[in-house]
Design a protein around this ligand. Structure first.
Ligand code: SF4
Length: 506
């Protein structure tokens, strides 16, 4: 079954498309562009849905929205009407008025589709990746916690438990975001290599098979980019707050390749007071005592060892060529090497997993006692093998996924962690969320800055995106590097030139 959305001039098309897709995850959702209040001219077939939304001004300060759902041929399944009086500050601003109209249309459609499908999504009408921004904006307006919660549930229709999670997370990261200064940045370095490919992976990561020397050529270019750009930033007096080497699996590099990268970074960042230096070790089978000793010697003070699940059958199914025992022994090895800030990632909604699998994973993690746990909800990305194998791996039901998240939250509270960053992705099971939890003082600064978008982050390597933050306008400008490793290598001179020109203009 397909859903066609009819909007005058296609206005707010993308947001309404995103919202509608949540209610009809299995059908094709398409926006039809009409220039009047007439029904769209395009033919839709028997059994297809047509969702229509229209708005009009009742007077200067009041708007009425009408939305209707019908099924071909011409059977009206339901409709909703919403009226809203605009406050003075909204009425007088074109941008605010547009935002308000969009929100009322979304509320009206949410009510209509929730009634029709019997599903009231946890995140209400919020479809964006960064729901925390809404909370920070409300806080900046001087609203109290109670007022923020009230707006999240009445205006954004977010369920109480998610609204409370958002507010708590926003409060826990406030100190770091408020301390930002224009001359302080963070650095992201991307290593696009992995030992094997995960079932759900949609990144253009290269599987290291030991035969290819592409990693050496890649490092040549990456180090050149770091030297040229960090060198230019150093001349301007820019300070670095945090470094994050991610991937991929950075420790999939050989020991000597890793050492080469780390010493280049050290040379370039020597005079900086780096508060946090993370290396995502990812797969436990990519780690050994020597690599850990090298990371430690070069000042890395946070690492990530990501089990995703502590159930062996699941690890085998999702294509991770390591055992549960390897996860445990790598964790102990890292502790013995002196790492006192270790993150572990888990994924809710992995194939064939249920609540008891989640209990086992979390009990096992709790016994290891890491410093951060990041709980992801599985996202079914178009470029993943999972997307093509959904018949073999049916997705976890939304409510079960939420119960699995509740299991994670219960264990995480038990070991004394609190939420400190949160984001959402497209195509997540149950349209849920990813949350980073940390023990007191162990919050990952880079994660907060990266999702907060209130600090410039310089990205290096294939697929890395530099995000320039202009505080006066509270605006981010993205400067992406080529995604594909071979294209990145081919275009390195051009990439460096472009970034140098940007630095000159800053
Ligand atoms: S570890 Fe990450 S980047 Fe590597 S294959 Fe798995 S999902 Fe993809």
């Amino acid at each position: 079954m397909n859903v066609f959305i009819s909007l005058p001039n296609g206005q707010f098309g993308h947001v309404i498309w995103e919202l509608t897709r949540i209610f009809f995850p299995d059908g094709e959702v398409k926006v039809l562009y009409t220039e009047s209040d007439e029904k769209p001219v395009q033919e839709y077939r028997l059994g297809d849905y047509l969702l229509t939304a229209r708005y009009k001004y009742i007077n200067d300060w009041e708007i009425e929205v009408y939305s209707q759902l019908e099924i071909k041929p011409d059977e009206v399944l339901g409709y909703k009407i919403r009226r809203k009086k605009l406050e003075k500050n909204i009425k007088d601003s074109v941008l605010e008025k547009k935002r308000a109209i969009k929100r009322i249309i979304c509320q009206c459609i949410y009510d209509l589709l929730a009634e029709h499908t019997g599903n009231r999504p946890y995140w209400g009408i919020l479809t964006g990746v960064r729901p925390l921004k809404v909370v920070h904006n409300l806080m900046d307006e001087g609203l109290s916690d109670t007022e923020v919660l009230d707006i999240l549930s009445s205006e954004y229709m977010i369920k109480q438990e998610k609204a409370e999670l958002l507010l708590e997370t926003a409060n826990n990261q406030l100190n770091i975001l408020k301390a930002n200064r224009d001359d302080v940045v963070s650095v992201y370095i991307h290593i696009p290599f992995c030992p094997t490919k995960c079932l759900y992976c949609s990144f253009p990561s290269v599987v290291m098979n030991g035969k290819s020397n592409i990693a050496d050529s890649y490092l040549d270019c990456l180090i050149l980019e770091l030297e040229q750009i960090i060198g230019a930033l150093n001349k301007r007096g820019t300070k670095i707050q945090s470094i994050y080497i991610g991937g991929g699996t950075p420790t999939a590099l050989t020991h000597s390749q890793l050492e080469r990268l780390m010493s280049a970074v050290k040379l370039l960042t020597d005079g900086h007071k780096i508060r946090e230096y993370t290396v995502e070790c990812g797969r436990p089978d990519s780690l050994d005592v020597n690599k850990l000793a090298t990371l430690k010697a070069f000042g890395v003070n946070r690492i990530s060892i990501n089990p995703q699940s502590m159930n062996q059958e699941t690890l085998d199914e999702i294509g991770r060529a390591h055992t549960v025992e390897q996860i445990i022994s790598s964790f102990h090895m890292a502790r013995e090497s002196g790492f006192d800030c270790i993150n572990m990632d888990v994924i809710v909604g992995l194939p064939n997993e249920n609540i008891s699998h989640m209990e086992k994973t979390m009990a096992s993690l709790a016994s290891l006692d890491p410093d951060n746990i990041t709980v992801h909800t599985l996202a079914v990305k178009r470029a993943s093998r999972l997307k093509d194998s959904l018949e073999k791996y049916p997705l976890t039901h939304d409510d079960i996924a939420e119960e699995m998240l509740a299991v994670c939250r219960r264990w995480i509270r038990k070991i004394g962690m609190v939420p400190y960053y949160l984001y959402r992705q497209k195509y997540m099971v149950g349209n849920l969320e990813n949350v980073g939890y940390a023990k007191d003082g162990k919050e990952c600064i880079y994660n907060i800055q990266m999702m907060g978008e209130k600090q410039t982050i310089w990205g290096f390597g294939a697929g890395a995106v530099t995000k320039l933050y202009f505080s006066a306008e509270d605006r981010i400008e993205r400067v992406p590097n080529a995604k594909d490793v071979t294209v990145y290598i081919k275009r390195i001179e051009e990439t460096i030139m472009r970034k140098k020109m940007i630095i000159e203009k800053l």
